[in-house]
Design a protein around this ligand. Structure first.
Ligand SMILES: Cc1ncc(COP(=O)(O)O)c(C=O)c1O
Length: 368
């Protein structure tokens, strides 16, 4: 049996009619940058996130950047985050001129450890930036308790967590603002690059709306130096179509994740744990295995595609060598990066495919 790591083509086959109609609408209206479709998507995605505002952007990276700028983060400030993530989280901090301060993860769920975040606070700290890694909510209550007395901004990297709930509330606008990515492989993926920022704060929304479009208050009147971070019309139209299917895809993801969990959990395979009070968005299904690269190779020989998110923690990346971190500084993040293996996972996957992958990995790792 062949099981791809990921499959966007099957999804498109089911959506083709709706997508082509939406793309045609954009062409007929000639609204290629922002425009009606993007404005409608902003309303719909804000409602989906149970947030007051959504500002549609050209990527999740831009959303993180604007979220930090809106919080007033700049040169001389420090922002606390964790190193087991995609580099965009750290890059956004670097763009502002602030210093990236890493703390280790909680090995149980691979998210930032709130106690370690608290210990890293200095008089220069301006914000905490938790990542809801793989779609699993970070402990926002604990982080909020830490952030509030120090008047720190709390910005969520929700790029992998569309629709996740922390203690019943949708992630994204639990802190001051949150960043979503609609990179094609995300749970809600565009047909190109796209992202959004959500917030309940009017001031943040107003700043980000202007900042995404060259600091423009009115056409050709610029209040400050901004960016071209606008979402394309096509992406807004595609995302509107796909948002209508997201709940159904999320339900499939949850059922498939539970099936993996039952089988692999019984075999005592190590994996990030869910908190029963929360709802994970199940962006990726990751397990932790020893000799990961050999397991990956053996799965490939059986026709099973996998991926590694992420092979090297950010504090050991060449691009961030200037921060002066060394191997051993964040042992839990380092161990996660050595052992993480993302298994095939997409809403159209069949139960037979899940069983085949689960059987294969249990056989290869001798965990039966
Ligand atoms: C955790 C995380 N943060 C940030 C990003 C950046 O999003 P984008 O690729 O849309 O810029 C991504 C997505 O790739 C991500 O997974």
């Amino acid at each position: 049996m062949k099981v791809p790591y990921f499959d966007l083509k099957t999804q498109y086959a089911g959506l083709r009619g709706e997508i082509l109609e939406a793309v045609d609408r954009v062409c007929r209206n000639a609204s290629f940058s922002l425009g009606d479709e993007v404005a409608a998507f902003e309303k719909e995605f804000a409602a989906y996130c149970e947030a007051k505002h959504c500002i549609a952007l050209n990527s999740g990276t831009s959303a993180l950047h604007l979220a930090l700028l809106a919080a007033g983060v700049g040169p001389g400030d420090e922002v606390i985050t964790s190193p087991n993530t995609f580099i965009a989280t750290a890059e956004a901090i670097a763009y502002t001129g602030a210093k990236i301060v890493f703390v280790d993860i909680d090995p149980l769920n691979s998210n930032i450890d709130p106690q370690l975040a608290e210990r890293a606070i200095t008089p220069r700290t301006k914000a905490i930036l938790p990542i809801h890694l793989y779609g699993r909510p970070a402990d926002m209550d604990a982080l909020e308790k830490i952030a509030r007395p120090h008047k720190l901004a709390l910005i969520e990297d929700a790029c992998q967590a569309h629709g996740a709930r922390f203690r019943g509330r949708r992630v994204g606008a639990l802190g001051n603002s949150g960043a979503f990515s609609f990179y094609p492989s995300k749970n809600l993926g565009a047909y190109g690059e796209a992202g959004a920022l959500v917030t309940n704060e009017d001031r943040v929304a107003e700043y980000c709306r202007a900042a995404r479009s060259h600091g423009e208050a009115h056409r050709y009147f610029h209040d400050f130096i901004g960016y071209n971070y606008r979402m394309e019309g096509f992406q807004g139209a595609v995302l509107r179509v796909k948002l209508r299917h997201l709940d159904e895809w999320s339900a499939n993801r949850k059922a498939l994740a539970q099936r993996y969990h039952r089988q692999l959990g019984a075999a005592r395979l190590d994996m990030p744990q869910d908190d029963p009070r929360d709802e994970c968005a199940y962006h990726l299904f990751v397990v932790y295995v020893d000799k990961r690269d050999s397991v990956k190779q053996q799965l490939e020989e059986r026709g099973i595609g996998t991926a590694v998110h992420y092979p090297r923690p950010l504090h050991l990346q060449k691009a961030l060598a200037n921060l002066g971190y060394r191997a051993g500084d964040f042992p839990d993040a380092e161990r996660a990066c050595e052992r993480a293996l993302a298994l095939p996972f997409f809403p159209e996957m069949t139960e037979e495919q899940v069983d085949y992958v689960a059987d294969s990995i249990m056989e290869i790792t001798g965990k039966r």
